[in-house]
Design a protein around this ligand. Structure first.
Ligand code: HEC
Ligand code: HEC
Ligand code: HEC
Ligand code: HEC
Ligand code: HEC
Ligand code: HEC
Ligand code: HEC
Ligand code: HEC
Ligand code: HEC
Ligand code: HEC
Length: 317
């Protein structure tokens, strides 16, 4: 380790900031001591590694912000009052040690401050929480790989560390370019749990995020599919984009679920009796369509505006 001038300077700088900001240590006579809060400066003595990187952390700001309650300041904001820990010269039982906390208890620490955001309003009921994945499985407060959002690894690698099977989806010939760094899992998913979507009403939500209220995240980028159209193609709104597209990747061009477009169309436009939700009352193929003729097999050659049209109820323009 090299303790050159810059570090010494920042040492002095930190001390100055702390004393100027009247951090709890300096307010020893204000009565806060009865709760056992002693301030963060003393932690430096025994945990220099943690301390020396802390100034980069957004949680550091609480040390320099005036008038923060001691329970919301610095190290003790998360680890709780430090008095008995100091008196015992350390130990894991004398302080809130995350290595000893259950997933639920460690989440409660974070949510004391982080529960007001809308993007995390459903975190307690999310599939992640239900499966014991807590904040610090994804966020690393002291050794983050990304300064922004304090992620434990860069985002896609973080997700793949538990969802290895998904990596292959993004290596298929047609794919969204997540592995290339053009977009992230969180462009479509809310890892903190999304609210129930209104598309695909009976399907599992898969923590797929909503863009504008009740809108599929896809429309943020593919805004030409947003509509509203004078003539809507119902599955685009009701079943959602996933009815016809594999959102991660596909062996078929245009991320289509099936190699032959017409087989997808005929899942619904087959004239079968109205069994179930997706077969109900759907216009069968026109009698003019001769399915043995190759001309008719590529439905979107003629029905070009398959996502909806303002000009033609049959989506031919
Ligand atoms: C925002 C909440 C938060 C704040 C503030 C915080 N910690 Fe931590 N600390 C954690 C979590 C969570 C862990 C568990 C390891 C992890 O997930 O990174 C941890 C782990 C530790 C550890 C165990 C060793 C390690 O590196 O994992 C020590 C020691 C520690 N913190 C000391 C401190 C000190 C000293 C400060 C103030 C400079 C501080 N912490 C501020 C949340 C916090
Ligand atoms: C006198 C030295 C000393 C001081 C001062 C000190 N600690 Fe510790 N701390 C220790 C020792 C020793 C351990 C036990 C490490 C172990 O068992 O691996 C420890 C453990 C911890 C842990 C548990 C790490 C884990 O494994 O999860 C946390 C959190 C922690 N300290 C935070 C703090 C905070 C916050 C402060 C300031 C309020 C502080 N410490 C001040 C010596 C100290
Ligand atoms: C004492 C209150 C408090 C506690 C407890 C707390 N945080 Fe924070 N956290 C904050 C504040 C304040 C910010 C800065 C917000 C800002 O700058 O907009 C922040 C920022 C963050 C950020 C955002 C970083 C960024 O780049 O936008 C993450 C991630 C985070 N906290 C995670 C956690 C986790 C995980 C825990 C539990 C281990 C935790 N926090 C506990 C107050 C807290
Ligand atoms: C499954 C992984 C995962 C879990 C679990 C997780 N996060 Fe996050 N978090 C992320 C990712 C990825 C981002 C950055 C992308 C984004 O904003 O969605 C993020 C962003 C954040 C941010 C900054 C952006 C914002 O939305 O305000 C905060 C604060 C935050 N998380 C806090 C928490 C807290 C608190 C918990 C636990 C209750 C938690 N996170 C649990 C993955 C996770
Ligand atoms: C272009 C938007 C998009 C991106 C980017 C995306 N997802 Fe998805 N993902 C979805 C949609 C939509 C579903 C729901 C599919 C369904 O129900 O048919 C889904 C489903 C899932 C599922 C559950 C079903 C399954 O395939 O196992 C997991 C897990 C998942 N995604 C993880 C990830 C991870 C990890 C990343 C980043 C590496 C990621 N997703 C990136 C849109 C996306
Ligand atoms: C610590 C492990 C872990 C990490 C990291 C993690 N997940 Fe998960 N995730 C799980 C578990 C466990 C489940 C529930 C079981 C399952 O469906 O595989 C789950 C489920 C999901 C689901 C399916 C939800 C459903 O309703 O079926 C999606 C989507 C998902 N995760 C996305 C992500 C994304 C995006 C990231 C990265 C930001 C991520 N996960 C990071 C463990 C993790
Ligand atoms: C963050 C922006 C973004 C989001 C969100 C997004 N996409 Fe995309 N999508 C793109 C870009 C950019 C391309 C161009 C292909 C590339 O990246 O190589 C693309 C390509 C496609 C293609 C193939 C187009 C072609 O010409 O081959 C389809 C189909 C598609 N996306 C559907 C979806 C669906 C369905 C969703 C939601 C589950 C979605 N996208 C979410 C940005 C996005
Ligand atoms: C009923 C099936 C179906 C649904 C639902 C559907 N698509 Fe498509 N989509 C297609 C077909 C078929 C093509 C290929 C058209 C072609 O090759 O001419 C396509 C092509 C695309 C393309 C590439 C060509 C273009 O028009 O830009 C994008 C991007 C796309 N779809 C996005 C979406 C989004 C976003 C949604 C949800 C809002 C969605 N699709 C819903 C069937 C569908
Ligand atoms: C999930 C079921 C579903 C799928 C898959 C589907 N459609 Fe549709 N389609 C519908 C429904 C429902 C209507 C509205 C029927 C009505 O109003 O009578 C419709 C309407 C149409 C219409 C207008 C018919 C009319 O009389 O207004 C055309 C043309 C059409 N679809 C073509 C296609 C093509 C081409 C594909 C394949 C790319 C396709 N559809 C895939 C459900 C589906
Ligand atoms: C060569 C151009 C062409 C192709 C290819 C084509 N269609 Fe059509 N489709 C039409 C025309 C023109 C009409 C309206 C006049 C008619 O009934 O012939 C129509 C009408 C329809 C209707 C409405 C029927 C009604 O009675 O209102 C549906 C549904 C439909 N097509 C679905 C499909 C599907 C699914 C495919 C692919 C298997 C397909 N079309 C391929 C030209 C085409």
């Amino acid at each position: 380790m090299h303790f050159g001038r810059p570090i010494k300077l920042s040492f002095a700088f930190l001390d100055l900031l702390i004393s100027l900001s009247m951090a709890p240590a300096a307010r020893a006579d204000t009565g806060t001591n009865t709760q056992g809060y002693i301030g963060s400066a003393v932690c430096r003595t025994c945990h220099p590694d943690v301390w020396f990187t802390f100034y980069k952390n957004p949680h550091y700001r609480s040390l320099v912000a005036p008038n923060k309650a001691p329970e919301n300041t610095g190290c003790e904001g998360c680890h709780g009052p430090g008095k008995s820990h100091i008196e015992a010269h350390g130990g894991k039982a004398t302080i809130k040690a995350f290595s000893q906390l259950s997933a639920a208890d460690s989440m409660n620490v974070c949510l004391r401050c982080h529960s007001e955001s809308l993007s995390r309003s459903n975190v307690r009921g999310s599939t992640h929480t239900m499966n014991g994945v807590a904040c610090n499985n994804c966020h690393s407060i002291h050794k983050p790989a990304t300064p922004k959002y304090l992620l434990a690894k860069t985002e896609a690698q973080l997700c793949y560390s538990c969802h290895a099977n998904v990596r292959g989806d993004f290596e298929l010939p047609y794919k969204h370019r997540v592995n290339e760094g053009f977009m992230n899992c969180s462009d479509c998913h809310n890892p903190h749990g999304a609210n129930q979507p209104t598309w695909r009403m009976a399907a599992r939500p898969r923590m797929v995020d909503q863009a504008l209220p009740a809108e599929e995240p896809c429309l943020k980028c593919h805004s030409d599919k947003r509509g509203p159209f004078a003539f809507e193609h119902p599955p685009v709104r009701v079943e959602g984009c996933e009815m016809c597209h594999s959102p991660h990747g596909s062996t078929n061009s245009r991320l289509l679920r099936r190699p032959l477009v017409f087989t997808m169309c005929l899942e619904c436009h087959n004239g079968a009796p109205p069994f179930g939700r997706e077969g109900d009352g759907i216009q069968p193929l026109s009698r003019t369509h001769n399915m043995t003729s190759p001309q008719y097999q590529n439905c979107t050659n003629c029905h070009v505006s398959i996502h909806g049209s303002n000009l033609d109820p049959l989506f031919r323009r």
